[in-house]
Design a protein around this ligand. Structure first.
Ligand code: ZN
Length: 98
């Protein structure tokens, strides 16, 4: 089990650069360079929400909860590597009340 923390803007920018070639046409019609430029214009301590808004979905800055299927920044990963199950704090709090 390990604690999940929000990914930093720097980490996400690096991941984004690896994922998309320059001038890649995205599904929503935007160009990857424009999204990258907007990401780099964010403050270094930008929130997961701010980063997700620029990219257009929560998949880069956040995790998906295995229990409630919503995006979250802070939670816990159970298991190891490919077997990992990610759960948000909200669901963990609910589980403690059972
Ligand atoms: Zn959840």
């Amino acid at each position: 089990m390990r604690k999940l923390r929000p990914k930093s803007l720097k980490e996400i920018v690096e991941m984004y650069k690896k994922q998309y070639d320059e001038n890649y046409q995205l599904w929503d019609g935007r160009c990857s360079n424009d999204v990258l430029r907007e990401l780099l214009a964010l403050p270094p301590k930008a929130s997961s929400k701010q980063i997700s808004d620029v990219i257009g979905n929560g998949g880069w800055a956040q995790h998906v909860c295995a229990e409630c299927s919503t995006y979250f920044s802070r939670g816990v990963a159970f298991g190891y590597d490919a077997e990992e199950v990610l759960v948000c704090y909200s669901c963990i709090r609910k589980a403690l009340k059972l």
